[in-house]
Design a protein around this ligand. Structure first.
Ligand SMILES: [Zn+2]
Length: 472
């Protein structure tokens, strides 16, 4: 892995985010990679991390080691070993099913004036300006984990015991955005230009009209006399963001405005500034220029990931956090998912659920479980009773998907199932939707079956969100 241009991106926020003036840094793996290879040869006490509780969507982990091991400061660059060991314990007790893991702590360890950061571990998406690399194994994931979000001490997000939702959620939306953003270049006059981005990378340029993206840049408005004014910042995912995230087809991304100014250099690392006014000229960039530089996004819109599984960990060195605090974070996560769904036009979903498997489950337990399921197989279906064939088969396929077992044969058979009622139709359509396999015929059946009052003539135990989402 050495010698490759790997980005282990550390994106850091200033504590001053509270004042609307964050600062960020980006370090490449070359700058911090020493600790990654070094960690292979070092050891930590295997009992240093334990899952002590699961409270709603928050996994509570106890850390028995020295909190200074986590320190990030000018004198103490990030050490991956304790983070890797935390994930080893997490996977042993919870499960390796998460795209991202975010954690907060009951101790202060970030001492370089920053708020939170994102450690990028894997990218398997082409056309978004990131190399195709996979460092998940160094964090003990079998290829699933794409990144780690560090929020630092939980006290930073609490005011008199109440979670400051805007600070917490805006930071999370930004850090989650780093999974895909902001790394692309564009082609202009036969040259590749990086002017969309800050020089330091990972954020949109001060001069980009990013439609007030969470990933910086601004919403710039022309004042008519050669000056441009900031009217909004850090409020949403832009169309460009959504394209790169997979939630918008390229043809729906409107032309993008990039300013050039004698007052601010291209690729300026300045952070968003409310109400800033500068003299500037505008360059219009079409999404096709980005695609010309980066290639098309692959997977594209049609095959985009639908939901992102995010683990949320509260790591404590002192006494276990109070339930009221954990309840605050659970509420913050629920609201965060709602915001993410709205921001992605109903197409994206943050799934914070801890793995449904018990913390004590061992590899042998899983093997027994699969053996049991295989023993119950009836051809390509599972059925406790004839009436529950579709329900049972759908749930088995979900389990197969979750654990990476082959499922295509049973899915094909299920798709060809002769539906007996709307319950069958809805369950199969929901599953196919989750797997990004369209099923227009069944969706059409459901639309037709809708009564005048909007209700359906079926008693569904299916999560309605799963049904609604494919209708967009
Ligand atoms: Zn950032």
């Amino acid at each position: 892995m050495i010698g490759k241009r790997i980005y282990l991106v550390i994106l850091l926020f200033g504590l001053s985010l509270f004042a609307g003036d964050p600062h960020c840094e980006v370090l490449t793996l070359d700058q911090v990679g020493g600790s990654l290879s070094e960690a292979v040869h070092r050891k930590m006490d295997p009992g240093s991390f334990t899952v002590s509780a699961v409270h709603g969507n928050v996994v509570v982990m106890r850390y028995a080691g020295a909190v200074d091991d986590f320190e990030v400061s000018p004198e103490h660059p990030i050490d991956f070993l304790p983070r890797q060991e935390m994930m080893r314990a997490f996977y042993a007790q919870i499960g390796d099913v998460y795209d991202l893991v975010a954690f907060t702590t009951d101790f202060t360890y970030v001492r370089n004036g920053t708020l939170g950061f994102h450690v990028q571990l894997k990218n398997d998406i082409q056309g978004i300006g990131l190399p195709l690399v996979d460092y998940s194994a160094t964090f003990h994931s079998s290829g699933k984990l794409q990144g780690m979000i560090e929020l630092g001490a939980a006290t930073k997000y609490l005011r008199e015991g109440a979670l400051t939702l805007d600070v917490f959620q805006n930071l999370m939306l930004h850090e989650i955005g780093h999974r895909w953003l902001a790394h692309v270049s564009y082609l202009v006059d036969g040259q590749i230009s990086g002017n969309l981005r800050m020089e330091s990378g990972g954020h949109w340029s001060f001069l980009l009209d990013s439609d007030a993206s969470y990933m910086y840049g601004h919403h710039w408005q022309e004042a008519g006399d050669g000056t441009w004014t900031v009217t909004d910042a850090r409020s949403r995912y832009s169309d460009l963001d959504l394209y790169l995230m997979g939630f918008l087809p390229a043809e729906e991304v409107a032309p993008i405005t990039l300013l050039h100014s004698s007052e601010i250099p291209d690729r300026s690392n300045r952070f968003p500034t409310p109400a800033a006014t500068i003299r500037a000229t505008a360059e219009t960039i079409d999404i096709s220029q980005i695609i010309a530089a980066e290639g098309p996004r692959d997977p594209g819109y049609a095959n985009r990931a639908r939901s992102l599984r995010v683990a949320f960990v509260f790591l404590h060195s002192g006494p276990a956090p109070e339930e009221t605090i954990l309840a605050q974070f659970n509420g913050g996560l629920a609201g965060l998912d709602s915001r993410f769904q709205r921001q992605t036009k109903g197409l994206g979903h943050l799934d914070f659920r801890p793995s449904p498997y018990a913390a004590s489950a061992s590899a042998a337990d899983f093997a027994n479980g699969w053996n049991y399921l295989e023993a119950q197989r009836q051809g390509d279906a599972w059925a406790d009773t004839d009436a529950t064939l579709v329900r049972d088969t759908v749930e088995v396929i979900r389990a197969q998907v979750l654990h990476g077992h082959p499922f295509e044969t049973t899915l094909t058979a299920l798709k060809a199932h002769q539906d007996r009622n709307l319950d069958d139709v809805a369950r199969i359509a929901a599953l196919l939707g989750e797997l990004n396999r369209g099923d227009e015929a069944r969706i059409a059946v459901l639309r037709t079956a809708r009564r005048g009052d909007g209700a359906m003539l079926c008693a569904l135990a299916v999560n309605p969100v799963r049904l609604i989402r494919p209708w967009h």
